[in-house]
Design a protein around this ligand. Structure first.
Ligand SMILES: [Zn+2]
Length: 86
């Protein structure tokens, strides 16, 4: 058995990506902007954050972030669409 962290590293999924995905899934796959995600999840490294959201696990589009109510690039969990019932 591999330690969990090593397992995640080897599968190419960063712990930050996991946290972002869990956060978005909990909110019915809402799409939040990067700055709100950084703030909400207390992510120390914006570089790591960028790398995580650029992974194929997420998709970005222009939309309104439910947190800061600003129209900007928002990040959504890919594959989560359709799972949320309105
Ligand atoms: Zn926002």
């Amino acid at each position: 058995m591999l330690p969990k962290a090593l397992e995640l590293m080897m599968s190419g999924v960063s712990p930050i990506a996991q946290r972002v995905a869990a956060f978005l899934e909990k909110r019915n796959n809402a799409a939040y902007c990067e700055s709100c995600l950084v703030e909400r999840l207390l992510i120390a490294s914006r570089v790591a954050m960028k790398a995580a959201i650029e992974s194929e696990r997420f998709s970005t589009r222009i939309g309104i972030c439910p947190d800061c109510k600003t129209r900007k690039q928002v990040i959504a969990c890919r594959g989560g669409a359709g799972k949320a019932a309105a």
